[in-house]
Ligand binder design. Structure first.
Ligand code: ZN
Length: 174
């Protein structure tokens, strides 16, 4: 397994429309594992293949057990949307900003799982938002395109700590 480099906004690759996965072979299986590792490493709840420079309709999601669990969505298609909810979103490809986005509160999403079976996911809340956010990536859409507000993230404390450590290293301290 390996962690992959996540492309950030401004990279034209993120604006491409991804092509369907035709066959679930070893290459795709390995890609899924690497995407999951990359997502966990970056503390994300979802990652779409275009974000790591692969133009395929493939998404990994893990919103945590209490919010609906983890999914691998191959060639996902949102068939139904209901309700609406505005919530704060961020994106691993837009690391410096967060913003409020209006999404459907409920979605039904058809997808192929890792074993090649066509499945139906019925999702509410955070999982539904995450499915919509990640499916947008497959069509070259970023949350900033839809955001009603956009604010620069405050530097988190652990980022500051990392920064301080780096500075100390530069000065030859531990
Ligand atoms: Zn994103």
């Amino acid at each position: 397994m390996a962690t992959l480099k996540i492309l950030t906004a401004g990279d034209p690759f993120l604006r491409k429309i991804a092509t369907p996965v035709e066959r679930i072979d070893k290459k795709i299986t390995r890609l899924i594992k690497d995407m999951q590792e990359t997502m966990y490493e970056a503390d994300g709840v979802g990652l779409a293949a275009p974000q790591i420079g692969v133009s395929k309709r493939l998404v990994v999601i893990d919103v945590g057990e209490e919010n609906g669990g983890s999914y691998v969505l191959i060639n996902p298609e949102i068939l139904k949307k209901e309700g609406s909810v505005v919530s704060g979103e961020g994106c691993l490809s837009v690391p410096d900003f967060e913003g409020d986005v209006e999404r459907a509160e409920y979605v039904e999403c058809e997808f192929t799982d890792e074993k090649g079976r066509r499945m139906l996911l019925q999702a509410h809340g955070l999982l539904a938002i995450c499915v919509q956010h990640e499916c947008d990536h497959l069509d070259g859409i970023l949350f900033v395109d839809k955001a009603q507000t956009l604010t620069r993230k405050e530097q988190k404390e652990d980022d500051m700590e990392k920064f301080a450590k780096k500075q100390n290293k530069k000065r030859g301290r531990k």
